[in-house]
Design a protein around this ligand. Structure first.
Ligand SMILES: [Zn+2]
Length: 387
């Protein structure tokens, strides 16, 4: 039985999807810089989750967006003197190449924000209809006072929320005349291009409405699992769930909220805005894709991950040894019902305890007979992708 930690309920609970198909929405990249280890770790965590569900016979519908319009893309494009849409397209291509090299199980659908403006506007109209949103000149804001469960996901005080908001790229664009400081933009009337026509005049969608509209469009009113990096809990996910539930009346809109811990370098978050990044394509000059997966997955996924080159080198040695003991994956390999396989799968089903699963694989692989080895290869190759 798969058990997963839900950020909203702050507990590990038996995973019970609503229907036959498990729906998963993961917040994707804002393509303005190349894939770093933080992106890779987050997406590989969900990659293992999807592979595990599929190995256990579940059908998964996995959606991951591309935020191809965003204030940070516009700022970078202006700095570099390139058109914003070309910057987005070329960076998205690089991201897909990097993730393909890492053996990523690609999402079933990758919606782009710029192609779903109508869905966002439909949602904003419904929120206005329901009295959960209001207009200020050519902009529309969500009224957090209309969301009784607001703050339940992040459990932050309003003061702490305001402090985080002040650090966001788009905070400077917020209308001073909005009703409350935590109210957030659904639509921004802005004079500078790119803008799209709307019932409120030309403008751009707010960041949070993009994901709500795309999840609704591609997965329906509720999703079983919604994931992303831990830095998205507030404001992005708190705002997303508030507007989704206010729009559809379906509550909870998300069964399980899953958040991957951030990757740090010298104790600081690895981030595009801070420029302290280690890129996947550089790391792949020093380690094979399987070794890099081994390294990034061999730590509890909810905790922060401190990148250290000597640890990457040690992971590569352990990965090579595991691959040598297990042998090459074969088409005929199948999951067995042996005790060793059961223990490894049990670790993965305990809220994706990959470090424990890898440790068990290493131990079992040293003395397993051919039949057990074939079964362990299925977990190591098809689920974890580390051989
Ligand atoms: Zn999102």
């Amino acid at each position: 039985m798969l058990r997963l930690y839900d950020t909203r309920r702050r507990a590990i609970l038996p995973f019970r999807p609503r229907g036959r198909v498990v729906t998963l929405y993961v917040c994707g990249v804002t393509p303005y810089d190349t894939t770093h280890l933080g992106h890779a770790r987050t997406y590989l965590t969900f990659d293992v989750l999807v592979r595990l569900l599929e190995a256990r016979g579940r059908t998964v519908r996995y959606a991951q967006n591309v935020t191809d319009i965003d204030e940070s893309i516009l700022q970078r494009a202006e700095r570099d003197g390139v058109p914003w849409d070309e910057l987005g397209k070329s960076e998205e291509k690089k991201f897909l190449e990097d993730m393909a090299r890492l053996g990523w199980r690609k999402p079933d659908v990758m919606p782009h924000a710029t192609r779903e403006i109508r869905q966002m506007q439909d949602m904003i109209l419904r929120l206005l209809d329901r009295g959960a949103a209001y207009c200020v000149d050519g902009s529309v804001y969500f009224s957090v006072a209309k969301a009784p469960r607001y703050g339940e996901l992040s459990r932050l005080s309003p003061a702490k929320m305001r402090a985080i908001l002040a650090t966001q790229d788009d905070a400077a664009l917020d209308e001073r005349r909005r009703r409350a400081p935590l109210d957030f933009a659904l639509w921004r009337g802005v004079p500078n291009a790119p803008t799209w026509p709307s019932p409120w005049g030309r403008g751009r969608p707010g960041w949070h409405i993009e994901c709500s509209a795309m999840a609704l469009h591609h997965l329906g009113e509720t999703v079983d699992i919604h994931g992303g990096g831990a830095d998205l809990i507030y404001p992005h996910h708190e705002n997303e769930v508030a507007q989704s539930e206010a729009c559809t009346g379906r509550c909870p809109a998300v069964g399980w909220w899953m958040h991957a811990g951030l990757v740090r370098l010298d104790m600081a978050k690895m981030s595009k805005s801070d420029g302290n990044m280690v890129f996947v394509r550089d790391a792949l000059t020093r380690a094979s894709p399987e070794a890099l997966r081994f390294y990034l997955l061999d730590s509890p996924y909810r905790r922060p991950f401190d990148h250290e080159e000597p640890r990457l080198a040690r992971a590569a040695v352990r990965q090579a040894e595991l691959a040598r003991h297990l042998g090459r994956p074969k088409r005929t390999d199948a999951l067995g019902r042996d005790a060793a396989t059961g223990k490894v799968l049990g670790a993965l089903e305990a809220d994706l305890n990959v470090p424990r699963a890898i440790g068990l694989l290493e131990r079992a692989s040293r003395s397993a007979d051919d039949r057990v080895c074939a079964s362990l290869r299925v977990v190591a190759h098809r689920v974890l992708g580390v051989i």
